[in-house]
Design a protein around this ligand. Structure first.
Ligand SMILES: [Zn+2]
Length: 471
């Protein structure tokens, strides 16, 4: 996040009088049912290979028949079964299976697969000219499985199979941005993962609690590097955009995925939006004050903003939460500076509770969002509150974008930098998310629902946070 110039600040101040609530609806408006994921109860239980299932018997060139190749082959079998049913149903045409499957080891001797050298090529890909899907069993897939569990393999290969689907069924118009192909493939992966959650796949099962969370964090880890060029042929989108596309497929199925084109993308995708380059702000009293000023502008609260302090005090009607707490009785936000600075530090291996500067500012915003809800006489201590809070933080995040979605103006004198939204997504997928938690620090059960609620606020505005989360 960064500060913007004084001249822009003046414009924002002029605009701020008419910018807070009652925004018009949009076709994306949707309702999240608290405690559910796409209308299903949040479940626990096994996630990964279906216990007792027999391995698929598909021909794979160069397979070592190890665990990774088994996971990959079982994935392709299930994805193919899914599309043999869905393609005629949704697109009115049968989908012939891909012609060849190739396993390779990027750490082993070099080979040529679809004219690509495999040595050091940590990747998985679809090759249209040979109608072939290949994967690296040496580095990429084992690394993802180690970090995110075995369901990482279905996530990656359902995406690659999605490229086969769009190619065979001619779903992408000529002149489409490369990101259209990638977003559509992510969306198709989401549609397939829904099939797994629904219990219809022969080789995999997935719960909608920590199982689906793991799938989303795997998706997250595949994001483009920060400041990646979205127009590059290799761009796959930032994490916020990738997870969004995945959720569209999961919620609404392949028909929704086919609607992704340049126009739809430009209206939504934040990586294309003109986020001015900026460095992370250190978490100091000064930068927190700037953030508070932006929050005060976004939510006038009848001239009664919450008081903010760094001195801990007893609160009679809420549990203390760290690094920021909201006390309804005194309308006070209490900040724990060292803890907030840890959250706002750059993410690093071995420091799972550091997410980057915007995560810290968004955690502060989440407690401010509780003051907003208190003033609106909404409950502050249930699952609906947790999601509504994420939604309000999402709406505020959009207001700090250089070009907020729709016709909304920019509010405040801070601006999002590339990567900021991904920091919020990472925080929401963690077990201790404060952005998506109620006044007692209890996060909404499913990471999937947390990110979805944040996105509704980001894309559709404050009004939808109120109407989209009525319990
Ligand atoms: Zn791709």
């Amino acid at each position: 996040m960064r500060r913007i110039l004084a001249a822009i600040l003046l414009t924002a101040a002029l605009l701020s009088g008419c910018t807070t609530t009652a925004l018009p609806g949009s076709p994306r408006a949707q309702v999240v049912d608290p405690g559910t994921v796409a209308g299903r109860d949040v479940t626990s239980g096994t996630s990964g290979p279906r216990p007792g299932s027999r391995d698929a018997n598909l021909p794979v060139t160069n397979s070592d028949r190890g665990i990774i190749d088994k996971l990959a082959t079982n994935t392709i079998a299930d994805v193919q079964t899914y599309w043999s049913r869905k393609a005629p149903e949704v697109f009115g045409r049968p989908l012939p299976p891909v012609r060849a499957l190739v396993s390779y080891d990027s750490t082993g001797p070099n080979q040529l697969v679809c004219n690509s050298s495999t040595q050091g090529f940590s990747n998985a890909f679809y090759c249209p000219s040979q109608d072939l899907i290949a994967w690296d069993r040496g580095e990429l897939l084992p690394r993802l499985v180690e970090a995110h569990g075995q369901m990482a393999v279905p996530v990656v290969l359902a995406h690659e199979y999605g490229h086969a689907v769009q190619n065979k069924l001619d779903l992408v118009k000529p002149g489409s941005l490369p990101l259209v192909l990638e977003q559509q493939a992510d969306c198709f992966a989401g549609a397939f993962i829904r099939e797994v959650v629904d219990g219809r796949t022969e080789h995999f099962v997935l719960n909608t609690g920590d199982g689906l969370n793991g799938v989303l964090t795997a998706m997250f880890s595949l994001k483009d590097p920060v400041r990646g060029d979205p127009r590059s042929p290799r761009a796959h989108g930032n994490a916020f955009d990738r997870v969004s596309a995945f959720q569209f497929g999961f919620n609404d199925g392949p028909r929704r995925c086919a609607q992704i084109d340049n126009t739809e993308l430009n209206s939504r995708v934040t990586e294309i939006a003109d986020f001015t380059d900026g460095t992370d702000l250190p978490i100091t009293i000064d930068s927190l004050n700037t953030t508070l000023a932006a929050l005060n502008l976004a939510f006038p609260l009848g001239g009664k903003p919450p008081r903010v302090t760094v001195t801990a005090a007893e609160c009679p009607d809420a549990k203390p939460t760290s690094p920021a707490a909201y006390c309804p009785a005194t309308n006070t936000i209490t900040l724990n500076m060292p803890a907030l600075q840890r959250i706002g530090a750059a993410p690093q291996r071995g420091r799972p509770d550091s997410f980057g500067d915007f995560a810290a500012f968004a955690e502060l915003a989440s407690r401010y969002a509780l003051a907003v809800q208190q003033q609106a006489k909404l409950p502050l201590d249930d699952e609906t509150t947790s999601l509504r809070t994420a939604c309000i933080v999402g709406a505020w995040s959009a207001a700090t974008s250089k070009k907020p979605p729709g016709d909304r103006p920019h509010i405040g004198d801070i601006i999002l930098s590339p990567g900021d939204l991904d920091e919020a997504v990472a925080e929401m997928l963690s077990n201790r998310s404060l952005i998506a938690s109620d006044v007692n620090g209890k996060p909404a059960k499913a990471g999937f629902a947390r990110v979805q609620a944040f996105r509704i606020g980001f894309l559709d505005g404050f009004a939808h946070c109120q109407h989209g989360f009525n319990s």
